[in-house]
Design a protein around this ligand. Structure first.
Ligand code: TRP
Length: 336
């Protein structure tokens, strides 16, 4: 099948924090399975990241780190289009047009806007408000069929669908209406210290997360200190959320089912399980860490990847944007 006949998968990841195993297990690792059957676009959403305060040098570094993790996790830049959002100007351009189609009311109902406004109450900028419109532009530029995202992004995806349908109805068929691919596995890794919160680097307690680049002894120590309970009952349920989260991590790294794991450790001490889990993470993460660091140290390789990626992406994005500009009544700029 040529790329043209394949369905399109697209997803972007924000470079907004240090990378944890939550980013890896909950998102990036799940993307490579699409690359043989779909025409895949994966990108770093640096434009989304600036909707909250960023230190420029950190943003640059993290953008490269997300790219490196994509590749280290098995995404093949030959098979997929791997790029940086801000390097394809059509994202900003389509986003502006879509802003003229999106309603304030609908954007005000976005739960992520509400929670982020609380979290960043000193900087409620208008890009934070129109963030989902930029996300719709990301998706619609590539005529995307399927968007693998965590549950928390579903409302944004609904907006992208609405905008596509509204534009198609008003100006004639232009955009593919995308579908969410909500993977139950995605976005499901919680803090090791408070299993009600998502695992995140922004947590002040560094024992609550495992970074992609954590050393083996640090990983083992953090797992050992992870919160469980005093029930002394190895089982998988919502009353024992800490243990449940650890079992999920075990399952994700080992590809074993939850049932298998519960059967294996039933009646045992949590500490035996934790020791095995620490070893498992170290074992599975170390080849990824190795590749990740190798890529980050090879500046030329990484630059080539994202430069070529932007060229490939722009070809597709430009085609969609040209149609949109024409339909809404912008004059074509002639070449002299
Ligand atoms: N908002 C998404 C997140 O925070 C990232 C994102 C930006 C995205 N553009 C996208 C995801 C387009 C899927 C498709 O997770």
């Amino acid at each position: 099948m040529t790329d043209k006949e394949k369905k399109v998968v697209l997803s972007l990841v924000q470079p907004s924090g240090e990378l944890t195993i939550g980013n890896y297990l909950g998102a990036i690792r799940n993307f490579s399975k699409f690359q043989d059957e779909y025409n895949c676009f994966f990108a770093v959403a640096d434009m989304h990241a600036i909707t909250v305060d960023q230190v420029p040098a950190d943003l640059r570094r993290r953008t490269k780190e997300v790219l490196a993790l994509f590749i280290a996790s098995g995404i093949d830049p030959e098979k997929c289009t791997l790029f940086i959002q801000s390097q394809v100007p059509e994202h900003a351009q389509l986003s502006w047009v879509l802003n003229s189609q999106a309603h304030m009311g609908q954007l005000s109902r976005m739960t992520q806007f509400k929670s982020k406004s609380k979290e960043h109450s000193g900087n409620i900028n208008s890009a934070l408000f129109t963030y989902p419109v930029l996300m719709a532009a990301d998706i619609l530029l590539y005529q995307t069929d399927l968007v693998p995202v965590g549950e928390d992004q579903n409302q944004h995806l609904e907006l992208a669908r609405d905008l596509a349908q509204r534009f198609n109805a008003r100006y004639s068929e232009t955009f593919t209406v995308p579908n969410a691919f909500i993977d139950k596995e995605m976005g499901k890794i919680y803090s090791l210290k408070d299993p009600d919160k998502k695992m995140s680097k922004s947590d002040p307690d560094s024992n609550s997360y495992i970074l992609i680049n954590d050393k083996s002894d640090v990983i083992r120590k953090k797992i050992k200190r992870a919160v469980t309970d005093d029930k002394n009952n190895f089982s998988y349920n919502d009353e024992q959320k800490g243990l449940k989260n650890l079992i999920n991590i075990y399952s994700a790294f080992s590809q074993k089912s939850v049932e298998e794991i519960v059967k294996k450790y039933r009646g045992e001490n949590y500490s035996n399980f934790k020791e095995d889990l620490g070893d498992l993470i170290v074992e599975k993460l170390s080849p990824i860490q190795e590749k990740y660091n190798e890529i980050l140290n090879d500046k030329k390789y990484l630059t080539d990847i994202y430069t070529n990626g932007a060229i490939k992406a722009e070809k597709v994005a430009y085609k969609t944007l040209s149609k949109v500009y024409k339909k809404i009544g912008f004059l074509k700029r002639e070449m002299l």
